[in-house]
Design a protein around this ligand. Structure first.
Ligand SMILES: [Zn+2]
Length: 264
């Protein structure tokens, strides 16, 4: 047996747990090896000194203090039990919902303050709308509609305050069409600015006849067109609609104004 093999078995040798043949082999080596004999002596000395140490004793109140700690922990668990699933969800949602609720609230405040700031403007707009609608009601008949062609009856009714002295032009008549044609120069004939003043007799059925020319137009065709239009159809609405006299003499001032497109 070598020193290395002997040193690995020394602890068991000292405790006397080796089998007899192995113990004999170790004894044989120890007889011839002073180094291993010194190791054995050292082990035995250590072992003796360890045995002479007193066994540490546990504190007397160790068991009771552990029991007390367990009781306290159990009581704490009963007082603050594990939160229910719903409560845990609420706790989880709270910090996530809060920024949204804060911003929503801020939006409401912003809206209210903006509305308050613009209130004078809204009031002014409303006043303007009321005035505008009052004006419309005054100017037009109850059946007034921008999207519909002007009807003769409506036009006459709208002119009620003045119709007794001034016959209402028939919006569908030839004279109205003639004045409308001034706005649309026909073909190559360039229309110069021109004007004339004529006197006409207006009859109960709305037809009219030229009575006198106070101021002739520079372009004679203007006067000729006027006469043709008067012959073509009734220039005015019937006298009964206007509540005007059956026959009356009126003075026409017809003006053509040259408004070039580029003037706009
Ligand atoms: Zn040895």
């Amino acid at each position: 047996m070598t020193c290395k093999e002997t040193s690995q078995l020394l602890s068991q040798y000292i405790d006397d747990v080796l089998s007899v043949p192995v113990r004999i082999s170790v004894d044989e080596h120890l007889d011839i090896c002073p180094v291993c004999r010194a190791h054995v002596a050292e082990f035995r000395r250590l072992s003796r000194s360890l045995r002479s140490l007193s066994r540490p004793t546990a504190p007397a109140d160790l068991a009771s203090s552990i029991a007390d700690a367990l009781v306290i922990e159990a009581a704490a668990q009963r007082q603050f039990p594990e939160p229910a699933f719903r409560e845990r969800i609420a706790t989880w949602l709270q910090p996530r919902l809060m920024p949204y609720s804060v911003s929503s609230f801020a939006s409401v405040i912003l809206f209210v303050s903006m509305f308050a700031a613009f209130r004078p403007h809204f009031v002014a707009l409303q006043d303007a709308a009321i005035q505008s609608s009052t004006l419309q009601a005054f100017r037009a008949s109850p059946h007034y509609d921008l999207n519909q062609p002007v009807k003769r009856e409506d036009f006459s009714a709208a002119r009620a305050p003045f119709a007794a002295q001034s016959p209402s032009l028939d919006p569908g008549g030839a004279l109205a069409a003639l004045t409308g044609s001034y706005a649309h120069p026909h073909g190559d004939v360039y229309q110069e600015a021109d004007d004339m003043v004529v006197v006409a007799d207006v009859f109960s059925n709305g037809s009219a006849a030229l009575a006198d020319v106070v101021q002739a137009p520079r372009d004679r065709r203007m006067l000729a067109d006027f006469e043709v239009a008067l012959r073509q159809s009734a220039a005015f609405v019937p006298a009964s609609w206007d509540r005007r006299p059956d026959t009356m003499r009126v003075v026409f001032t017809v003006q053509k104004v040259d408004v070039r497109d580029r003037s706009f």
